[in-house]
Design a protein around this ligand. Structure first.
Ligand code: RIB
Length: 307
């Protein structure tokens, strides 16, 4: 079973010609609601791929609350751990331009009240996986990862949005998933992809580094691999990273090897970009398997350079 402790948001999506710069106003005809929040997006992606997923988070006492709960249920996620908060439900304003690039503002609201005790009785233990992101209070995330490690669960941290971490914070993490920007925030500066992933990996920790259109790579105790990205016509890249994270966690939880999970996560993320909204394009497993051959198998990296 996969447990996701994280954020859930109402996304208000604005389709614009070009993203605004500082001090700039841009107009568009209207906006549309979409289900969002990195935690909930990842939970939904994993459930659509066939994993058993339980989501632990909070929503507010507003009309978004029941709507957001229903969105997760419809994706096949167990929501008995979705609790209430007196604050407003998390809300994101997302501008998407003609090339599919985005700009996101998040009002965290109820996500700020997600608490460690929500793991009580959630079933954490050997054979389960805990997947966290960085849209709830960081001390709660770090304590949850420590608790999961102590309980014998697999621990995955997708450190998005980017943050610097206190020393030792990654010790209980089995798999760290970051993009190049997030890796640079952790390392205090940019490095070549292989060097960055090698520096963030550890004797017991794999680092998976996503590289956008260049695919992804993984370096860790089980080996090192690189996978390309699937060529698709991207309409909206919002939630591509979430689709990758949810898929990677789902396939590992389902018992696939790291290279097998990595290839499927890359396909999942690409397919998720073909529709507007963070979750609308998330594929089911059959669609992922059908496109896998286009990618080819993950290529072993023979000489990963350290820091
Ligand atoms: O990763 C995309 C997500 O980031 C959006 O759904 C938005 O809610 C923010 O959390």
């Amino acid at each position: 079973m996969l447990l996701v402790l994280g954020s859930i948001n109402a996304d208000l999506v604005f389709e614009v010609e070009a993203l605004p710069g500082p001090g700039e106003t841009v107009l568009c005809p209207g906006w549309r609601f979409a289900h969002g929040g990195k935690g909930a997006n990842q939970a939904a992606a994993a459930a659509k791929l066939g994993a058993r997923v339980r989501f632990l988070g909070r929503v507010g006492p507003d009309p978004w609350g029941p709507l957001l709960r229903r969105g997760l249920e419809e994706a096949g996620v167990e929501v008995d751990g979705l609790a209430n908060s007196p604050r407003a439900s998390g809300t994101a304003v997302i501008a998407v331009d003609r090339s599919g690039e985005n700009l996101i503002l998040v009002a965290s609201g109820a996500n700020l009240d997600v608490s460690l005790d929500q793991l009580d009785g959630a079933g954490l233990g050997p054979g389960t996986t805990l997947l966290c992101q960085n849209e709830i209070p960081l001390p709660v995330t770090l304590a949850a990862l420590e608790r999961a490690r102590a309980a014998g669960a697999r621990t995955i941290l997708n450190l998005a949005p980017a943050a610097a971490l206190p020393p030792g914070a990654l010790d209980p993490v089995d798999l760290l998933l970051v993009n190049e920007h997030e890796a640079a925030a952790l390392l205090g500066g940019e490095r070549e992809p292989e060097a960055a992933a090698a520096a963030l990996a550890g004797p017991q920790r794999t680092c998976v580094l996503t590289l956008g259109r260049a695919g992804a790579l993984a370096i860790g105790p089980d080996g090192a691999w690189r996978v390309p990205a699937l060529a698709v016509r991207a309409v909206d890249t919002t939630g591509a990273g979430d689709a990758f994270a949810g898929a990677l966690a789902a396939f590992l939880d389902l018992g696939l090897s790291l290279p097998e999970a990595l290839a499927r996560a890359s396909v999942t993320a690409a397919l998720a970009c073909e529709r507007l909204g963070a979750r609308e394009g998330q594929p089911e497993r059959a669609a992922v398997e059908a496109r896998l051959a286009e990618l080819g198998p993950p290529v072993p990296i023979t000489a990963a350079r350290g820091s």
